[in-house]
Design a binder for this molecule. Structure first.
Ligand code: FMN
Length: 249
C-alpha cells in the first residue's frame, strides 16, 4: 500500500513516461494569481519598505524557532500581519510579461502554486473573517465572516483547541495546474517541497515579531475546503498554521 505513495515522492517517473508538458505544447500559462471580482472589498497592507518590525537577527530567529501551541490574547498589528504575508508570499518582481512572479520564497520553476487565505481573529483594525492575500497588489481581499468561524476552523483541524486561540491562521491552498503545466507528473512532489519553504518563512517571521506558529498537516480536507469556499479539485487546502503572540508555556 505504501509503494505507490513512495513512488510519488521519487523522480523515476520522468524516465518512465514520455511526457510532454502543456508548456512544451505551447498552451498558454495559467494565471500566477487567482483572479478576484472587480467589486471585491480590498484592504491596503503596509508596504515592505515601511516595515519597522522584524529587525531581529537571523541567527536569533533560527535559534528561537519552535512550534508554538499556546498563544496570548494580544492582537497583531496590521504592520505585523503585512510583514508575515510579505515574508511568506511577497512578490519581489514580476517577469515574463506578468506570467511569473518572483517571491520571497523559492518555488520549482517559479511556478508558486499557492494562494494564501487568512482566518483573522485578533488583528487590530481588521474585522474577523476569512481573507485572501493578493500578493501582486500586496492587499487583503475580504471574503466573509461567520459567527461560527473559529469553531468551524477548530472542527476543520479535528478539534485542536489551540487553533481557536490564534490571532490569525494562515491556510494555504494549492492550485496544482500552475506546476503541472510545466512539470506534469513531477508537479505533485514539487508542490509539497514548495509549501515547506513558505511555512518555514512563517515560522521565522513570526519569531521575529514575538509571535509563534505551529504547522498543521492533519486537517479535515472537506471542512477546510468548505471554510475557504474552494472547489476541492482545482484548488484545495494543503497546509495551515495558526499563529499568535507568544505566551510562555
Ligand atoms: C509537515 C508537518 C506537519 C505537522 N503537523 C502538525 C499537526 O498536525 N499538529 C501539530 O500539533 N503539529 C504539527 N506539526 C508540528 C510538529 O509536531 C513539530 O514541528 C515537531 O514536533 C518538532 O517540534 P518543533 O517544531 O518545535 O521543533 C507539523 C510539522 C510539520 C513540519
Amino acid at each position: 500500500v505504501f509503494e505507490e505513495n513512495r513512488k510519488s515522492i521519487k523522480n523515476d517517473i520522468q524516465e518512465e513516461i514520455d511526457f510532454i508538458s502543456d508548456q512544451t505544447r505551447k498552451i498558454v500559462h495559467p494565471p500566477p494569481q487567482k483572479p478576484y471580482p472587480e467589486d471585491a472589498l480590498l484592504i491596503n497592507l503596509i508596504p515592505p519598505g515601511d516595515f519597522k518590525t522584524g529587525k531581529i537577527s537571523l541567527l536569533d530567529v533560527i535559534n528561537k524557532r519552535r512550534s508554538r501551541r499556546v498563544f496570548s490574547k494580544k492582537y497583531l498589528s496590521l504592520e505585523e500581519l503585512s510583514f508575515l504575508l510579505w515574508s511568506t508570499q511577497g512578490v519581489r518582481e514580476v517577469i515574463r510579461g506578468g506570467a511569473t512572479f518572483l517571491r520571497t520564497v523559492p518555488s520549482a520553476g517559479a511556478r508558486h502554486p499557492f494562494e494564501t487565505y487568512l482566518v483573522v481573529n485578533h488583528v487590530k483594525s481588521l474585522e474577523k473573517g476569512v481573507y485572501r492575500y493578493l500578493s501582486l497588489e500586496h492587499k487583503l481581499y475580504f471574503l466573509y465572516n461567520d459567527k461560527n468561524l473559529m469553531e468551524n476552523l477548530n472542527q476543520g483541524c479535528y478539534g485542536k483547541k489551540f487553533v481557536k486561540n490564534s490571532a490569525v491562521t494562515f491556510v494555504w491552498t494549492a492550485i496544482p495546474y500552475r506546476t503541472e503545466w510545466r512539470y506534469g507528473p513531477l508537479a505533485h512532489k514539487f508542490i509539497l517541497l514548495d509549501i515547506g519553504h513558505v511555512c518555514q518563512n512563517l515560522y521565522l517571521a513570526s519569531e521575529a515579531i514575538g509571535a509563534g506558529t505551529c504547522a498543521i498537516a492533519t486537517y479535515h480536507q472537506k471542512k477546510m475546503d468548505e471554510l475557504l469556499m474552494v472547489d476541492g479539485e482545482d484548488e484545495f487546502t494543503i497546509y495551515l498554521s495558526p499563529l499568535g503572540k507568544i505566551k510562555e508555556e
